[in-house]
Design a protein around this ligand. Structure first.
Ligand SMILES: [Cu+2]
Length: 128
């Protein structure tokens, strides 16, 4: 049992070290998805799929204030690296009334613990 748990922990650790990429499109004057769960160290790639120009700007009330993207023309992308384990609220600075995006950021450690907890729950159910 201990060896199994060690193996699982190592696998999860490996997953948590690799940064994930999350794709967000800006289409029909909205961010899609509008809510996103990411881990610290992940990358979010925003792509403008509208005919209109948009950009990605932190909201003033956002805990994280990142450097705004340039204006994105149709097909342009902007990559945001998640460096802090704090939630981010962003929107389009060109069209401030457009609905924004809510990015829920958890630390790698938190993600790892959540994953281990889930795996242990599943193991428990298998044993029952
Ligand atoms: Cu816009």
């Amino acid at each position: 049992m201990k060896a199994l748990l060690t193996t699982i922990t190592l696998i999860l650790l490996t997953f948590s070290i690799n940064a994930a990429e999350h794709l967000v499109t800006i289409e029909n004057f909205a961010f899609s998805p509008a809510k996103l769960d990411v881990a610290q160290g992940d990358l979010i790639i925003f792509t403008n799929r509208d005919g209109a120009p948009h950009n990605v700007v932190p909201r003033s009330e956002s805990l994280v204030q990142f450097e705004s993207s340039p204006i994105l023309a149709t097909g342009d992308s902007f990559t945001l690296e998640i460096t802090e384990a704090e939630d981010i609220l962003a929107h389009c600075g060109v069209h401030p009334r457009m609905p924004g995006i809510e990015i829920n950021v958890i630390s790698d450690r938190q993600l790892l613990l959540n994953n281990i907890r889930t795996q242990l729950d599943q193991l428990d159910q298998m044993v029952d």
